[in-house]
Design a protein. Sequence first.
Lengths: 1112, 530
Amino acid sequence: MKKIPKRGIGNRCALTKTYRIMRITLFFLLVGVTQLFAEVSYAQVKMLTIDLENVKAETVLDEIENQSQFYFLYNEKFVDMDFDTSVKCSKENIFEVLDALFYGRDISYKVVDNQIILSKRKDSSEDVPQSEKIITGRVVDGQGEPIPGATVSVKGTTQGTITDVEGNYSLKIPGDADVLLFSFVGMESREVAIGDKSQIDVSLREDMVGLDEVVVVGYGTQKKVNLTGSVASVDSKLMENRPMSNVSSGLSGLLPGVYVNQGSGMPGGDGGTIRVRGVGTLNNAAPMVIVDGVESSMDELSSEDIASISVLKDAASAAIYGSKAANGVILITTKTGKSGEPMVRYSGDFGWQAPTDLPEYLGSAEYASLYNQALQVEGKDPRFTDADIELFRNGQDPYGHPNTDWLDLLYAGSGFQTSHNVSVSGGSETSQYRSSVDYQKQDGIVEHTGKERYNVRTNLKNDPYEWLTTNVNLSYTRQTLTQPNNAYVGGGLDQIIRQAYRIAPWIPYKNEDGTYATISDGNPIAWLDQGEQIHTKQNYFLGVGSLTFKIFEGFTVKGTASLRTYKEDKSSKNKEIQYNESKYHGPTSIEQLHVNTERITGDVVANYDKSVGGHNFALMAGYHAEAYDYKRTRAYRENFPSTMLDDLDGGSSKGMVGEGYTRELNMISWFGRVNYDYQSKYLFEANLRYDASSRFSEDNRWGAFPSFSTGWRLSEEDFMEDLESIDNLKLRASWGMLGNQAALNSYYPTVPTLSLGLDYPFNSSITSGAAIVSAKNQDLVWEKTTSWGIGADLTLFHKLNFTVDYYDRKTTDIIMAVPSPETFALSGFYDNVGEMSNKGIEFTFQYNDKFGDVGFNFGGNFAYNKNELLKLAGQDQIISGRTIRRIGESVDSFYGYKTNGLYQTESEIDDWAENTLYNRSELKPGDLRYVDVTGDDKVTSDDRTILGNSTPDFVYGFNVGADYKNFDFLAIFQGTLGGYGYMDFDAIGTVNGDASKPSAIWADSWTSDRPNTSVPRAIANLYGPSMPQNQTTEYWLRSTNYLRLKNLQIGYNIPKNVLSRLGVSKARIYYSGQNLFTVTDYLKGWDPEAPSGRGSGYPVVMVNSFGVNVSF
Amino acid sequence: MRKYIIILVFGFLTASCGESFLDLAPKDALSPATFWKSESDLELALTGCYSGFESGDWLMYRECGSDNAFNNFPWEGWTNIGNGTLSAADPGSSYFSYTTIYRCNELIANVSTMDLEASTLEVYEAQARFIRAYKYYQLVINYGDVPLVTENFGSPEEAKIPRDSREKVLTFIQDELKDIIEVLPEAYSSDDFGKATKGAAQTLLMRIHLYYGEYEKALTVAQSIEGYSLNSTFSGVFSPDNEQNDEAILSVQHTPDMYSIDFTPYLPNGSGGWSSVVPTQSLVDSYEMASGLTIQEAEELGQYDPQNPFVNRDPRLRASIIYPGQVWQGDVYSSVEEGDANYYQTADNASKTGYNFRKYLNYLDAFPDEPYWNSGLNIIVFRYAEVLLTIAEAKVELGEIDDELYAALDAVRLRAGMPAVDRTRYNTVENLRALVRNERRVEFAMEGLRRDDIIRWEIAEEVMNGPLYGTKLGAVLDSEQDNGDYNVQLTGDPIFVETRKFEAPKHYLLPIPQSAIDKNPELKPNNPGY
C-alpha cells in the first residue's frame, strides 16, 4: 500500500499508531470492494529488488509497499518493528524477502493475497504455562459482515492478535486472563469477559460519536478532537439524499451559529443568505466560500458531489484566510475516488414545488362593498351599485363583473423538478479518479420560469513517484435560467408578481373580444402569455491542479494553481403588447448583458510535521497570489419589427446602447501556522496571514492577521481516567483578527478619477463630459474583526456529544460613507469609521444510539447572538426608510411608531395625543392610535422608537433520525426567535380602485358596526394614517418567529438478496420533503423567511420529491 | 534533484509577483494627474458642468409648489411643498446640492494653470462661472442664506462651514454675471447651441433684479438684451423641430437615448402617463376669454358658461392644458366621466384634478407613438417673452405706464392669439399689475416660474391656502366645437383634491434638509419656522 495519506496537511498529531490504523482502514475498505483480486497468487509472482542498508525495518516495509501492491498490517503493540536492518535482494519473491528480514526475530507473517499480516511469533509450547488456553472467534460488524484487521487483545497486557480476512482470530491467553478487548477504527471498542468460554464471537458497533473524525480546516485537515478553534462541520448524513436545488439552502438548521435564510424559491434564485455569528458589518456580511481550496461559490455545486462542508466560525480558525475571512469561511471539498474496482453510482429524483403560503385577497363583491364604504367615509360617492355587487357575487356577467383570481392565473406553473447524477469512481494504488455528470431541471410555479443545470466534474489523483502526488479537479457547470418579462418596466418577474398582487379582481383577465383587460400598468398575465423572454446562461468553470512534493519524511511542499471563470450571457427581450384597442406597451426591445469574471490563483504551501517524545509539531508556511478580473458588456436595441426576433441586429440602430467596463483586483499573501501539542493533551495553534490587496493605496495595502488558540483535553489527563463515562472533554480558548475587504463595492477606492459619461447634448448631439464625482480616501484600509472565544467539547457514554461556545466579536474600522456636507459635493467619501459588536452563545448536542435493530439519532443546535452598533461615523443614529442604525442598538432595527388600538369615536381622536403627522381631517374612527412616547401630548417624528429587528436573536435547529432494518427516517427542523418582518403596499393591499385590492386581513377591518377588531378601517388611500406604507407602525410589524420542518426523509434500502440478482450492490428509494410545514404567527399568507416589503418576490416553496440511489 | 528544481520554479514564480501587480487603476475613467492639459480636456470638463445643471423635471415639478399644479405622489417630493406639510426632516424636493458648483469650481481653478490662449480659456471659464452663478441663484431663492463655496474642499471636515448671508451670495452672483456678460459670446456656432450666451447671463441678472425688487436695474438689463425675438406662434416655442428659435435664450438640452427627458410623469393615465404634475382649477380659471375678458367678467356678460367652460378661451389654455372634452391623441379626454381611463378615480395615475399639462407634450398629440419616455425636446430655462414681461412688470412697479410697457405686453398677447391690451381698461398701476401678473401666469404655466412669482408678490399666503380643487364632474357631450374639442356639461361638484396651507413668511423659503444639517451642524439655525 503505497500512498495512504499518512496525515492531512496540518494534522498535527499523527502518531505512528494512527498511521498503522489508517493502513488497516484502507485495507478494510479494499477488502470490502475488491475481494476478487488476484486469482493466481500475487505473492508467488511479484518479484522484489531491494538494496537498503542500516535502515529502520519500517523503511523496508515502505519500500516493499512502494514496489508492489502488498500491504502490511500489524499492531505495534504486539509487533516490535523498532529495529535497524539491512536488506539486499534481487528479484526475489515476498516470502524470501520477509524470511530474511525477520530472521531471528519474534515476528511471523501471513500472506493473504496482497495483504501481509504481521504478528508476534507464537511462543513455543514449552514456554506456555499449563493454565493457558486458546480462544477463537469471529469479529463482525452490525450487519454481520466480517471485520478483518480488528485487534483482539487481553486487557491490560500486550498479548493480542488481529483478525484475518474472514474476521476470524485465534489467540492464546494466560489462564488468569479475564477480559478480551476488541477494537477497530471507526468502531466502538468492546470488552468481553472470558469466563470459561473458548469461543468468543463479537459484533462491533459503529462509533457513534466520531472521536476520530477528521474535519477540513484552512489549508489542511485536522482531527476533530484536536481542534482549538470553532469549526462546525456538517454531518454528511444530513446532506445526503436531499434533492437540493442550491447547496446553501441545504445548510439550514444544521450548524450552530450559521443562520441560513431562504427567502425565495425562484429557480436559480433560491440560494440561502448565510450569516455566521450574526451580522458582522454594515457592508457585505456574506461568508467566504472555498471549494477544493479555491474561492468559489455554492451555486454551481451538486450536493451529490460534496464530500464535506465545514464552517470556520471564529477568527482563530479563519485567520489563515486573512482579509477576506471576517464573516466566516465555508470550506467545501468534493468527493474523490478510492482505489479499487470502478464503482458506478446513480442518484435521481423528481418532485413538485408548491408555495409554502400565499396571500389571500378579497373577491370582487367583498372588495366592492368595502370600497364603497371607504369612499362614503370620505364623503365621496360609492363606485358600485348593489346590482354591481350582486353581479360580482353571482358571476352572471363574467366580463363586465368578473371575479378574477389573479394569483391562480399567476401560479399556474407545474413546479416540476428532477435531477440526475451519475458518478464513476475507482482507481489503482497509484491513481484514483471520480467523475460525475449531474443534471437538474426545475420548472417554476410561475410558467416560463425555470432552471436547467448541467454539471460535469472530474477529480483525479496520481502518485507517479513516491515523492510526488498530483491532483486535478475540474468542474464545469452550465446553468440556464428562464424568466418571463413585463412590458411595463421590464426587469423580469418581480413586476409580474407585484401587479398580480394589486390588480383588482373586477378586472377580467381577457375581455369578451379576446383582448386583454388592463389597468394603467398593464396586465400581468398578458405578460406571462408572452412566454419566456429572459434567458440567462451561466457558465462556471473551476480547475484546480496541484503538485505535492515529499521532500523528506514529514516535509512536503505543495503547489496549487487554479482558474475559476464565470461567464454570464443574459438576453432580455421585452415584447411589445397591444393589450386592447387603447392600451399598448412597447416597443419590442432586447438587452444583451455579458459578464465575464476570472480568478487565477497560485499557492505554494510547505508543511513540516515532527514528533519528539510526546511533543508534536506541525509547521505550515505558504504564499498565495490571485488576480481577479471582471468584465461587463451591455448592448441594447429596440423597435424590433417582430416580437419573434432574438438577436440585436433585428432592432433599430436608432437608440441602441453599448456600454461596458472592466474591474480588476489582485492580491498577494503570505501565511503560516504553528501547531503544537503534547500527547494530544495540551493543544496550541497560532496563525498569521499577511495580505496585500490592490484595493488599497500603497501605504495601506498590507495587513497582518494573527490568531492564537489553545485547547486542553482534560479527558486525557490521568486524573480523569477513572471517569469511564467521559470519552472526551476539551476546553478551548481563542483570539484572533480578521479582515473584510469585500466591504467596498469599489475596486479602486483610493485611486482618484475623473468619471466619464457626464455628457450633455449641444445642438442635439451628445458631447462627452467628465468630472470628479466621487471622493477617494487614500487612508482607507480594510475592516477588522477581532474576536475571542471560549468553548468546551464533551463526549459522554460513547453516545452524546456536547459543544458549547461563547464568543465576543468586535468589528472595527467598518467602512462607511462618511456623512459629507453637501458643500463637499463629492459622493462616497468612505472611511473606516464604524464599529460593531456581536456576542453570542452557541450550543450543540448530538445523541446517537442503537436499540437492537433500531438506530436512533437526535441532534440539535441553538445560537443566541446580540448585535450592537458601537460607532457610526461620529453620528448617534442614521435613519433610512423603515430602519435605523443607532449606537447601542442592533443594526438596522425597525424604527417607527408604537400603536395602541384604534380610535373608536371622533371625540377620542380629539382627546388622544394630537397626531401631527396627519391633518385632523384625515384621522377617523377606526384609525390606529399612535402612542405619544415623549409625553408632550403630540405625536411627532420624535415619537418614533425602535420596534424590533429583522434578524432573529435566537436561531435553533434540530434533527431526528432513526433506522430500522431497511427503513430510515430523518427530519431536520429550523427555527428562529426574536425577529420581525414588515409587509406593506400590495402585500397588505388597499381599497383604492382598479390598481389595488385588499388582502383578506381587511375583511375584519373596523367599522362602526364592528368596533371590536384590531384591524384598522379600510381607507381609499394608500397612504392613510393606518396604512403600513407611509409610517412604520408597531401594528404592522409582525414577529417572524417560526419553527419549520426543513426536510423530512423516509428511505428504504432494497434488500441485498433482491439486488444481487440485478447486479446492483446497493439501492435506496426515498421520499424527501422540504419546508413541509411551518409553525408561525407571522402575517397570514406570508412566509417568515421571505423578505419584508411589498412582497413581489418569488414565493418560498415546499418540495415533495421521490428519489432513488443505486450503486453498481 | 528534480523536485528541488521544481521548488525553485515555485520560488521564482512567487518572487516574480512584484508590487506592481497590486497597482491597478480603472480603465473607464481619467486620471486627474494627467488632465487639464488640452482644450479637449477643458471641453470634457465644461460639458461635465453643463450635465445636469438644470433639469426639465425640476422646472415642471416646481409648478406643484405653486397654485398652478398638484403633485399626487409624495415620494416625488412636491406634494408636501404644495400643501405646506414639509419639514426639515421631510423637505420634499431638495435643491440643496453643490455638485455642479464643485465641477465649476474645479474648472475655474484649473483654467489658470493651463497653457492655452487666454481668449479661449476665458470663454470656458465664463461659462463655468455662469453655471455656478445659476446654481447659487437656485440655492438663494429656495433657501435664502447658503454657504458660498468658490474653492473646493479637500475633506468633508473642512467643508463643514456655516451659511453666508443671502445678500453676500446675491452680490457674488451679480458681480459674476456682470463680469461674464463682457466675455460670453452673443451666440455660438450652431454645433454649440445650448451653451450659455451673453443673453443668458443678462436674463439671469435681470431675473434676479426683478425677484429682489430692483425694478430699475431689472429694466435696464432687460432693455439691453438683444438678438432675440418672439417666435411666431406660441406652441411653436415648445416644438421639437423648432428648438433653436429666436425666442429661446437658454434651454435644457435633450437628445433621445443619450440625454433625453421622460414625459411619463406628465402624460395622462390614458396615454401611459402618471399624471404626477397636473394643473389646478385655479390655473385653468386664470386664462382669459379669447376676447380678453376674465372669466368673471365674461360670466357677468353671459359670455362664459361654467358648465362648458373651455369654449372661446385664451388659445394658450388649449396649448398648455388638456381639459375635459379636448381631443388628445385622437381620443376625447374625459376625466369627468366614470369609466374613462382618465377619470380621476380610475387609477392612481389618473389626474387627481381632471386636467393634465399639454405645453411640452403638445407634439405628442399628433404622434402618439413617439417614445414619450425618451424625448429629445429641450425644456426652456429663459425665453424672450420673459424679458418682455419683465419690462412690463418693472415699468408697472416703477409707475412708468407708457408705450413700451403696452408694447411689451401686446407683443406677448398678440403672438398668443389674444387681443392687445385694452389700454382704456388697463390704465392704472393697480389693474396693470394684476394683468401683468396674470399674463406671466398663463404665459409661463408649466415652466417653473409661478412659485417664485407668488412668493415675491407675497400673494402665496392667499392663493396657497385652503381647499384645492380640480374640474367639476359631469359629461362630455357629442357636440363638437370649431377647434375640434367637444362641449362638456359640468354639472357636478368640483373635485376636492386637498387642503393646502401656506404660512408666511415661513414657507417663502424651503427648509434646509435635516439630513444636510446632520452632516454639517454649522448650517444651523434652519430657516425661520422649521
